[in-house]
Design a binder for this molecule. Structure first.
Ligand code: NAD
Ligand code: MG
Length: 394
């Protein structure tokens, strides 16, 4: 059994807590090297008391000061702050595994630091890959980092592929990837009903318990759009070879179709601890604390095509990938700003795709030839998205 020291970026979030629950079950196999969070110092302090990391990092400097005060009686935990602290623990030689579970573009810098340091990186932070695509995968190839997807769909695809041909779909005889989607809480809403849905309704996902941003992304189908782009980069394929299947039961987490007609699927309860445990222990299998799947209780599986008229975000994401360059980074930035404003009650649900489409039109595409370009476009697109929101809400 290999002992692994783990850094959890975004430890107080939904994926972070699921990761720590798997680690908690295997004290001999895993230790915690560092835990990080954005602003929630009390929650991070409680996790430090349980897991005794060497480092605890708050992105927010004021929250870091507060955390240092809360942990004054634990001198073995060093408190750091800001992006530099996040990157320092993500790349430290003492930890071999980094769980990238910060939400949004804020995760790109620290996730990249882990990649460049050649870590085993368990990727939940899909936004980082969507923004920087080829540059990110090139950095993985240069450093020899072991990139393991823990987004449930991508982990399912990963499990259905031959290990030595993860990035060679043709060589593996793959004809299509069937990417499953729950359809979100508004799958059966009419276009008219969608006009008045609230943040609380959008965050009440029928199958998964997740952070607020990804819950809204699931409701708009932008999550599937981001995942389409994520799958293209991870598995070296193109959107025309990926077909989204809405599968409301969320038991089949995705499928891979081969030239001989075989379709391999990975099934499981909708519980992130399964893909997380798969990544943490890979290639071994460990207990994730997940109840066995009861197919008799589930009874039936359903499949339908996504409705791109009611849920245009999936189309916008596919188009941004085709445009290439900085377009996916702009799509992601506009989505983050629009979702944030929707969650604050300042923007209608149906205006989220409007803001994204107008921001994409208003932001010139540049070649994505450096991370500096990506970070600058992210900042520019956020500003332009705010301008579009101001125009919509006057
Ligand atoms: P969450 O909102 O529950 O947690 C986000 C974490 O990131 C928290 O620990 C928070 O403190 C930290 N954070 C937020 N802003 C930060 C900042 N500016 N700097 C540093 N840290 C910051 O989110 P989540 O649902 O756990 O999702 C995390 C990531 O995993 C997202 O990219 C999401 O798309 C992806 N993901 C989530 C799930 C899921 O089931 N929740 C499934 C697949 C993929
Ligand atoms: Mg997913």
């Amino acid at each position: 059994m290999v002992h692994r020291a783990v850094t959890v970026l975004g430890a107080t979030g939904s994926v972070g807590l699921s990761t720590l629950d798997v680690i908690r079950r295997h004290p001999k196999r895993f230790s915690v090297y560092a835990l990080t969070a954005g602003t929630r110092s009390e929650e991070l302090a409680a996790l430090c008391r349980e897991f005794h990391p060497k480092f605890a990092v708050m992105a927010d400097p004021t929250a870091a000061q507060k955390l240092a005060g809360l942990l004054a009686d634990l001198p073995d935990v060093t408190v750091l702050s800001g992006e530099s602290g996040l990157c320092e623990v993500a790349s430290a030689p003492e930890a071999c595994t980094v769980v990238a579970a910060i939400v949004g573009a804020a995760g790109l810098g620290p996730t990249l630091a882990a990649v460049r340091a050649g870590k085993r990186v368990l990727l939940a932070n899909k936004e980082a890959l969507v923004m920087s695509g080829k540059l990110f995968m090139d950095a993985v190839a240069v450093s020899g980092a072991e990139l393991l997807p823990i987004d449930s769909e991508h982990n399912a695809i990963f499990q259905c592929l031959p290990a030595e041909k993860i990035r060679d779909p043709e060589g593996a005889g793959i004809t299509r990837i069937l990417l499953t989607a729950s359809g979100g809480p508004f799958r059966e809403h009419s276009a008219e009903d969608l006009l008045s849905v609230t943040p609380a309704q959008a965050c009440a996902h029928p199958n998964w318990s997740m952070g607020r941003k990804i819950s809204v992304d699931s409701a708009t189908l932008m999550n599937k759009g981001l995942e389409l782009i994520e799958a293209c980069w991870l598995f070296n394929t193109t959107p025309d070879r990926i077909e989204v299947h809405v599968h409301p039961e969320s038991i089949i987490h995705s499928m891979v179709e081969y030239a001989d007609g075989s379709v391999l699927a990975q099934l499981g309860s909708p519980d992130m601890r399964t893909p997380i445990a798969n990544g943490l222990a890979w290639p071994e299998r460990i207990d994730a604390g997940v109840a066995p799947l009861d197919l008799f209780a589930i009874g039936r599986f359903h499949f339908e095509r996504p409705d791109l008229l009611r849920f245009p975000c999936l189309r916008l994401a596919a188009e941004a990938f085709e445009v290439g360059g900085t377009a996916p980074a702009v799509l992601n930035a506009a989505n983050e700003v629009a979702v944030d404003e929707f969650l604050k009650g300042n923007l209608a649900f149906t205006d989220i795709p409007v803001v994204i489409e107008r921001t994409l039109s208003a932001t010139p595409v540049a070649p994505a030839d450096s991370f500096d370009v990506i970070f600058a476009k992210n900042t520019e697109a956020r500003q332009r998205a705010r301008e579009q929101i101001a125009l919509l809400t006057v």
